[in-house]
Design a protein around this ligand. Sequence first.
Ligand code: ZN
Length: 133
Amino acid sequence: MEKIEHIGIAVKDLNQANKTFQKLLGIHPYKTEVVITENVITSFFEIGESKVELLESSDPNSVIAKFLEKRGEGLHHIAYSVNNIYDEMKRLKTEGFVLINEEPKRGADNKLVCFLHPRDTNGVLMELCQEII
Ligand code: ZN
């Protein structure tokens, strides 16, 4: 794995959270994106080599809505950038980690992504991501 690409934070109100993070970080989000397949609206702030991704649910049945219901706002996942997501998925599977999606899927911010079950990673959802070129 190369680096922490971004940290995902689940929020109830993206507009309000954007304002908070603008004040906190002193910058504006560089993009807001609707991920239709995941029923989320995201915004991204760039901090040096890494990013903060804010995630708001756009559907009461989405993964983020369920997360907010269960655990409230807060850290949702940590994403690592990888050179070859297929190789990394194979490696982690061999190491005994459970992949939530067996095939990489298209995530926000032009990435192929795969999630690892938090049960195997000390309670924090992990995301692998590879830039789509
Ligand atoms: Zn993410």
